[in-house]
Design a protein around this ligand. Structure first.
Ligand code: RB5
Length: 149
């Protein structure tokens, strides 16, 4: 498994814990930046990670900004991306089991490193359940296709 990581200056505080968790689990990752606390624009990093996931260069992604909101909104503009903003363990699990989220986003200004790692692990350990959920994901794809030019 290979995971892409992307963040802005508001989310970079969580990156060391995310990286440490992936390394401990022996999961390969690609860090698309940012690499300092200098102010940057989160859509730039959302795009890099979302395209890597959509193109199949990596299996999934983790995005970090101040709240996890902006970077997730941007990622979800890329066809095929199902980015879930997570702020609790139940959702971190359910977004894989029900929504087959291929990216999770989290906020460095609202979530501490310990919780971020717990949510990352809940998402990594969960399995997509398919079944009744697939019909709903197909409907999401149909919406995406309706508005794709
Ligand atoms: C940057 O100041 C901040 O707006 C960004 O990190 C994020 O919280 C946006 O959703």
């Amino acid at each position: 498994m290979k995971i892409a990581i992307g963040c802005d200056h508001g989310g970079i505080v969580l990156k060391p814990a995310i990286v440490e968790c992936l390394e401990k689990r022996g999961i390969e990752y690609v860090d698309y930046g940012t690499f300092s606390e200098e102010s940057v624009d989160y859509p730039d990093y959302a795009l890099k990670v979302a395209e890597a996931v959509a193109d199949g260069e990596v299996d999934s992604g983790v995005l970090l900004c101040g709240t996890g909101i902006g970077i997730g909104i941007a990622a979800n503009k890329v066809p095929g991306i199902r980015c879930a903003l997570v702020s609790d363990l139940f959702s971190a699990n359910a977004c894989k089991e029900h929504n087959n989220a291929n990216i999770i986003s989290m906020g460095g200004r609202v979530t501490d490193s310990e919780k971020a790692v717990a949510m990352l692990e809940a998402w990594l350990d969960a399995e997509y359940q398919g079944g009744r959920h697939q019909k709903r994901l197909d409907k999401i794809t149909a919406i995406e296709q309706k508005y794709s030019k």
